[in-house]
Design a binder for this molecule. Structure first.
Ligand code: BMA
Length: 803
């Protein structure tokens, strides 16, 4: 039987004539940080101080003993790297084993009978990229650094939410595999289901030793108590498992996520040679891109059910991705799922994530849309890139295809759009730019290796060159005009078929800023704040975003911080509420972006230290099965109930017309039923409709826990009363760490927010923005706030104030 020896211990990194202890998997930056040689690039402006690390070569070394590589009694010993970042030369006892130039591939070297010093020397990623650029010629790029000439996580080279931290290292596990006769070189499960009859076709490729050539072997597979075998004469076999009565895997919110252990064993007679295990799920996924009266749709259909996607975009959770443990993936994805998200798009400037990411998505029922790794640039199609890209695509398609959560392969991020709109055509002058990958190599690889899954050439993409790549009426759309140039109310102007990106920035939580910018007197434009804001005119856009709705606070950082967060939450909610109201014409929204890779002002809902912004709470509201909103109709506001649940929603909605002095003008109750997965819109009855332009009356709808508020004028024109409320702080059931904050309002209190991290850095609150009417009370539970008193809570409470 094959045996495996992990080679994670015993590595050293040479630096300046000395040897440092090296962590594997890891990267040079982590080792230098541990050794105290570099400052933390996440703090202050230290990013600049560590730039040199990415610009020089680095060598990792470790002895490989005779016992490890030769004394096992096996015919073959392979040295296997799951990931090398990026351009490396590997030598054993001074003899070159090979060279690599792709972070997104694994590498296997035959080291049978060999021992001695194992050296892995990384060339600077810049040097490798520039050498390739000299071969292929220059190509346009939205960003200044040369990431399209090297197969390495693009976001290491800086992004509009990320620092430039160009890593090197053995970033994924490394091991010896010792085997005889044959091993399982590649296993592809094609999983289908018809009704409740599941089928797994296992396509198996072997590698044999010289002595094992032609030896008759057996491949035996088991799933859900069903076993099947196939004889293997050559290097290929197919094992077919027919499984009656399977339980279907569903996206979260649509059903359960039963997973089945699938095991394959390669046998020589009775003796096992190698095994392979994965957890699979039975479900069908189709992408309905048929033409209709509105254009070309983009609707995911899982197990025959058409789905409005409640999505988020995912970026690498750390600019040093080797630091992201399984536990951290789980925590971040649980936070994601807690916002009622059902799809995560792994964005093309990052990585093919670790197994733990996809395993967790399988368990949580989070659908995964996986980009191939191309973003925001023209990519040359010449060698050596072309061969690397095909090999990388083949390997990662095979690695990820067992996961039931994976629902889509997507060719790239914004490159088809870039070619059309970002003035690339002239500088390209006919040179290759990546189209051959997105419309040629990649769909061919997916069709060959993973034929049960859909492929889309890019995001955005209209389906063909007949329409503009970002045409909202055809396929996927990225909605960036609102953030870049206009107000978020612009979202209301379009009904795209599928919104694959849109978003609004806000700074991270205060405790995150305090940790990242120690000693800084915080201001929107203080040096550290500006350094941790990477977007073009980011602060200008933040400020204009606030100023369109509220008085822009001058010299009051805390209020600026609060209002930017309110605007972020409102902006994204405005988009989702509107687009959801147009289901099934619009079949999904994918918010840019759920997470961060360091502490930064960005579009994220979860900041770089893992703290939830108010946007996260708002997502939980607008992505819940039941949503109550007001949408603008042709004749004024329309009460809109959206039911994404599987059951009809029957409810009493109370509509109230209120005055800012606290008095009630009119009230109407409506008994309504919204069928499952449908939207109900009805004009607001005239008696509760505020007069156009009224500044002292407003409309509120309530249904159970849900509330919608409609002001007839923009916030800054509305005559908000001076907010007045009392609070009471109570410890909860003997737990000294948890308190309930009861808020009793005497006036309209709009978008009340308890910023728990101001009370204690690790404290969390279970509510985001809350609007209270005069005389109402609400409870906010705060965890991690031992011994906190009312004064500290008061200081952490913010709400909208009169202009
Ligand atoms: C989209 C993304 C990212 C970018 C984001 C915010 O274009 O694809 O490249 O970070 O917008 O600008």
């Amino acid at each position: 039987m094959k045996d495996v020896v992990q080679l994670t211990e015993g590595w050293q990194l040479s630096h300046d004539g000395t040897l440092l202890e090296a962590r594997v998997p890891g990267c040079v930056h982590s080792d230098l940080l541990t050794a105290g040689i570099i400052p933390d690039p996440f703090i202050g402006t230290h990013e600049k101080d560590v730039a040199w690390v990415g610009r020089q070569p680095w060598t990792y070394q470790r002895p490989l003993s005779y016992e490890e590589s030769a004394a096992s009694g096996h015919e073959r010993t392979d040295l296997v790297f799951d990931g090398l970042d990026t351009a490396a030369r590997i030598t054993l006892d001074g003899v070159e084993l090979g060279r690599t130039r792709n972070q997104h591939r694994s590498y296997r070297f035959d080291v049978t009978g060999r021992s001695g010093a194992l050296d892995v020397t990384f060339t600077s990623a810049y040097e490798e990229a520039e050498a390739v650029r000299r071969l292929t010629g220059d190509r346009p790029n939205v960003y200044p650094e040369p990431f399209q000439y090297i197969r390495k996580m693009a976001a290491n080279f800086g992004w509009d939410w990320g620092p430039t931290v160009v890593t090197a290292g053995i970033w994924r596990p490394v091991r010896l595999e010792r085997w005889s006769t044959a091993r399982l070189a590649r296993v592809r499960p094609l999983v289908t289901v018809d009704g409740t009859r599941g089928r797994v076709e296992l396509r198996v490729d072997l590698e044999r030793t010289a002595a094992g050539t032609d030896r008759p072997l057996l491949a035996q597979a088991t799933v859900a108590g069903v076993t099947a075998r196939a004889e293997v004469g050559g290097d290929e076999a197919t094992v077919v498992l027919d499984v009656p009565d399977v339980r279907l895997w569903w996206p979260r919110g649509h059903g359960e996520q039963p997973l089945y252990e699938l095991e394959l064993t390669l046998l020589d007679g009775d003796a096992p040679l190698d095994t392979w295990q994965r957890r699979i799920g039975f479900r069908t996924v189709e992408l309905d891109r048929s033409a209709d009266e509105h254009g070309t749709g983009f609707t995911f259909v899982v197990n025959g059910e058409r789905i409005f996607v409640r999505g988020v975009n995912w970026i690498p959770d750390d600019v040093l991705p080797s630091r992201v443990t399984s536990e951290r993936y789980r925590h971040r994805l649980e936070q994601t799922a807690a916002a009622h998200v059902d799809l995560v798009r792994v964005w093309g400037g990052g990585i093919y994530e670790d197994e733990a990411f996809y395993d967790t998505c399988d368990e949580l029922g989070l659908m995964v849309w996986q980009d191939f790794l191309f973003a925001c640039a023209a990519y040359p199609e010449e060698q050596p890139l072309r061969g690397e890209i095909e090999a990388e695509a083949r390997e990662n398609v095979v690695r990820l295809m067992p996961h039931p959560s994976l629902v889509l392969w997507n060719g790239n991020n914004e490159n088809l759009w870039g070619f059309r709109d970002w003035d690339w055509e002239q500088p390209l002058a006919g040179d290759s730019w990546g189209e051959g990958y997105y419309l040629g190599v990649l769909p061919r690889v997916v069709a060959e290796l993973d034929p049960t899954r859909a492929y889309s050439a890019g995001s955005p993409w209209s389906g063909s060159w007949d329409h503009h790549p970002n045409d909202p009426d055809h396929g996927t759309h990225h909605s960036w005009e609102a953030w870049n140039r206009r107000d978020f109310t612009e979202y209301l102007a379009d009904v795209p078929r599928f919104v694959a990106e849109f978003g609004w920035q806000a700074p991270p939580a205060l405790a995150t800023l305090r940790r990242a910018l120690p000693g800084e007197k915080l201001a929107p434009d203080s040096p550290g704040m500006l350094h941790h804001q990477k977007a073009e005119d980011g602060n200008g856009k933040l400020n204009r975003g606030v100023a369109r709705h509220f008085a822009l606070p001058e010299g009051d950082f805390d209020r600026w911080h609060y209002l930017t967060q309110v605007v972020q939450a409102r902006a994204v909610a405005t988009g989702i509420e509107h687009w959801r109201a147009h289901w099934p014409r619009c079949a999904g929204t994918v918010v840019w972006q759920i997470n961060d890779c360091w502490p930064v002002s960005s579009w994220s809902a979860i900041d770089g230290d893992g703290r939830l912004k108010p946007l996260h709470h708002e997502l939980r509201r607008v992505y819940a099965d039941r949503l109550l909103t007001f949408q603008q109709g042709p004749d004024g506001p329309e009460l809109t109930l959206s039911n994404l649940g599987a059951e009809p929603w029957t409810t009493d909605v109370t509509l109230r017309l209120l005055r800012t002095d606290g008095t009630l003008s009119a009230r109407v109750s409506l008994g309504l039923t919204v069928p499952a997965r449908e939207v109900l819109r009805l004009p607001v009855p005239p008696e509760v409709r505020p007069a156009d332009g009224a500044t002292k009356e407003y409309l509120v709808a309530d249904s159970e826990e849900l509330r919608a508020v409609h002001l007839p004028v923009p916030d800054k024109e509305f005559a908000y009363p001076q907010p007045r409320f009392d609070i009471a702080v109570e410890t909860v059931g003997g737990d000294p760490d948890t308190v309930d904050v009861e808020v009793i309002s005497h006036t309209l209190v709009r978008d009340l927010l308890l910023q728990a991290d101001r009370v204690a850095p690790h404290a969390t609150a279970d509510r985001g923005l809350v609007t209270l009417l005069p005389g109402e009370r609400t409870r906010i539970r705060v965890r991690g706030a031992a011994g906190v008193g009312a004064n500290a809570i008061r200081a952490a409470l913010f709400c909208v104030e009169p202009a």
